[in-house]
Design a protein around this ligand. Structure first.
Ligand SMILES: C[S@@+](CC[C@H](N)C(=O)[O-])C[C@H]1O[C@@H](n2cnc3c(N)ncnc32)[C@H](O)[C@@H]1O
Length: 239
């Protein structure tokens, strides 16, 4: 078992308190809107690193079809309790699905964990139908996130039980880096933008202030925003 799956098995029951309550829900909705904006209006979606199914549940509400995959048994179990039943245990780097079987692939707050991001992207490209879209959101590299690994190492040493609080050799991306990864695999019409300044882990009063500043930061000072939304399309087959 990997360190990431052991961690998420442990925090699975607390996960929704973090991302599906008060500020967490607000933060998560903002990210979801960014991801959904790059997905097709209908068709079948694969959500990679689906966790407790927070994104899938929103997606399914719009009448569309979705399947999820995650390496943590605990997160999969939680997803099933929220009636997101089409979820499977598995890793992003080797997808157990046939070629060209999905219209869309999403992945939220998981990409930074993937030790072989090229493999996840190649696999996503393989399972997408021609014309299908990939849309992901992951922590980007900025002045704040560059301090996160050190904080997580300390949290791990102190045995803090908190979602994401451990050192996993996570990688936080820059815009041009993630764009190149997508294009190297063959995605076209790639688009990358920064999202979210009010971070879920901020204290409520600071969160409130950051939320007020968020539109300005995202449009004028995007390098200070925390997450990166990246999307691309698998080209149609040539005649
Ligand atoms: C922060 S949670 C995000 C969960 C969900 N996408 C969401 O938006 O709430 C990260 C998830 O990625 C999963 N994960 C990490 N590495 C993975 C991998 N290589 N393959 C599949 N899932 C992975 C973890 O088990 C965890 O459920």
């Amino acid at each position: 078992m990997s360190k990431v799956s052991v961690h998420y098995d442990k925090v699975a029951d607390d996960y929704d308190n973090h991302y599906d309550a008060s500020n967490g829900r607000d933060y998560y909705s903002h990210i979801c809107d960014g991801v959904i904006s790059a997905l097709p209006k209908d068709g079948k979606l694969l959500d990679i690193g689906c966790g407790t199914g927070l994104f899938m549940q929103r997606y399914l509400k719009t009448g569309r079809e979705a399947i999820g995959i995650d390496i943590s048994q605990g997160m999969i179990r939680r997803a099933k309790t929220r009636k997101v039943s089409d979820v499977a245990l598995g890793t992003a780097e080797v997808l157990p699905f046939r070629n060209e079987s999905f219209d869309a692939v999403s992945s939220l707050l998981a990409f930074s964990y993937f030790q072989h991001p090229e493999s996840m992207l190649e696999e996503s490209f393989r399972v997408l139908k021609p014309g299908g879209s990939l849309s992901i959101c992951t922590l980007g590299r900025n002045i704040f996130t560059s301090m996160v690994p050190a904080a997580y190492r300390i949290g791990e040493k102190l045995n803090v039980k908190r979602v994401g609080m451990a050192y996993f050799s996570e990688h936080y991306y820059k815009e041009e880096e993630i764009k190149k990864l997508l294009e190297d695999v063959g995605f076209v019409d790639t688009n990358v933008f920064r999202r979210s300044f009010a971070h879920v882990d901020l204290r409520p009063s600071v969160y409130y202030l950051s939320k007020k500043m968020e539109p300005f930061i995202e449009s004028r000072m995007p390098y200070l925003a925390f997450n990166l939304c990246a999307s691309g399309r698998k080209p149609e087959k040539k005649e």
